[in-house]
Ligand binder design. Structure first.
Ligand code: KE4
Length: 434
């Protein structure tokens, strides 16, 4: 593509002059994989078209929200109608009540819910609420899990258990992360030791139930059970970050899958986002009534937002939830996603490329590794250069997967079996060249 016809390149150059890195969120810059980001002009169903008019089968789905595919008619109609009635009021609306009721019906561990505008805002607020509700300062998270970019959560593992985390970002003072303890995901021994050492000072343990920010790593049932038991034993709150897994892996989120294996399992607070807004800025956090009632204006924990519960975003979210509740939605979506995951594994095996894949509902991941990793360190054994060649090989063939080896992938209800077949045909070609 010569320079003057590659609109992605000219747009990227223009963008970098006025927006840091040319993007409004880092992962979009293709920094990990190299090359020129595709500037998307429009999307429909399972497809996106870039500024050169090139079509891609979309496995990003806006990083999770677009579970129905792009441009679902019922969603567009709801959004257009809501927009005509008013873009934002800064006052309560019936639709916020409707959406809250729908969420509580689908996530029985929640007695009450507060709507906000992003997963980061929801996670940050959940931390403040846990600290306010327990009167404790320390929080516990796991390496490889991402919960948004609130200061206290931008932390990597400290050296050893006793020491607390070190900030992963400039601009985060040590005082802010001194209360954040970072452990290895799926490591029950470390978990037990950390609670033995610090349990009475821990306000909450925050975890991704299936770590989509390590591509796709499931919390083991034993690890999940111990997280729940230790939080209960020491009076800490279990905060389940379902921003990515909520309504994505199952109608009841990942917690419904673990509750089926651990009798009585339920988090104390759940953070949600992405699918809940259907592509519009909307996220939420909710949980036990006795905890949620400590939020302003009822309680002493302050939290607020100009566009929280925005009337157009709630219309989009409600229309999306209506569609995913239809009988058979997750069975069909899960089957389609499994066929992609198993197809990738088979295609790689034919080319003697080590690859293992996993999926749940409309979320999948794969690793250029001989077996599924259980934690961040194992994920990062992947040969990054080989992944980058795979990424660009697929992109050049019109298949758009996540531009980073630690990101999950998403299949929508709009992806047909022909799209999966076309994706696997492209993958077979690329695996041969890896
Ligand atoms: P947002 O603030 O980006 O809406 O949500 C933060 C967040 C919280 N919790 C989990 C489990 C998440 O995955 C996210 C955001 N996910 C990333 C993709 N890994 C969003 C993409 C991006 O950062 O541009």
């Amino acid at each position: 593509m010569t320079h003057n016809t590659d609109r992605n390149l000219s747009l990227f150059e223009r963008a970098r002059a006025v927006i840091p890195g040319g993007v409004n969120s880092p992962v979009r810059a293709f920094k990990a994989v190299g090359g020129t980001p595709r500037f998307i002009e429009r999307a429909q169903g399972a497809y996106m078209w870039d500024a050169n008019g090139q079509r891609y089968i979309d496995y990003i789905g806006s990083w999770g929200p677009m579970i129905l595919g792009h441009g679902h008619p019922a969603v567009l109609e709801a959004v257009q109608k809501a927009a005509v009635d008013g873009l934002s009021f800064g006052a309560p609306t019936e639709r916020e009540v409707e959406l809250a009721e729908a969420i509580l019906e689908l996530v029985p561990s929640m007695d009450m819910v507060r709507l906000v505008s992003s997963g980061t805002e929801a996670g940050m607020s959940a931390i403040r609420l846990a600290r306010g509700a327990t009167g404790r300062s320390k929080i516990l998270k796991f390496e490889g899990c991402y919960h948004g970019h609130a200061d206290a959560l931008l932390v990597k593992a400290g050296s050893g258990l006793a020491t607390f985390g070190n900030a992963t970002s400039a601009g985060v003072p040590p005082e802010v992360v001194q209360h954040t303890l970072v452990l290895e995901y799926n490591n029950v021994v470390q978990l037990e030791e950390a609670f033995a050492l610090h349990g009475k000072d821990i306000a909450c343990l925050m975890m991704e139930p299936i770590a989509g920010n390590m591509n796709f790593v499931r919390a083991s049932v034993e690890f999940t059970r111990r997280c729940r038991e230790l939080c209960t034993q020491y009076g800490a709150l279990l905060v389940y970050d379902e921003v990515m897994t909520g309504f994505r892996v199952a109608l009841g989120g990942a917690q419904s899958l673990y509750a089926a294996q651990i009798p009585g399992f339920a988090p104390d607070i759940t953070v949600m986002g992405k699918v809940i807004g259907g592509g519009m800025p909307l996220a939420a956090f909710g949980g036990r009534r006795d905890i949620m009632e400590q939020l302003a204006p009822m309680g002493a924990v302050y939290q607020a937002g100009t566009l929280s519960g925005n009337p157009v975003a709630t219309a989009c979210g409600l229309a999306t939830l209506r569609e995913i509740r239809r009988p058979g939605f997750y069975e069909a979506l899960g089957s389609r996603t499994r066929s992609l995951a198993s197809g990738l594994q088979a295609a790689a095996a034919e080319a003697s490329v080590p690859l293992c894949a996993d999926s749940e509902g409309g979320m999948f991941g794969f690793f250029l590794l001989p077996e599924l990793p259980q934690n961040y360190a194992e994920v990062m054994r992947t040969d990054g250069q080989r992944f980058n060649r795979l990424f660009h090989g697929l992109l050049d063939r019109g298949v758009y997967i996540a531009p980073a080896l630690y990101e999950a992938g998403f299949v929508s209800a709009a992806h047909q079996s022909e799209d999966i077949a076309a994706t696997l045909a492209a993958a077979r070609e690329v695996f041969q060249s890896l």
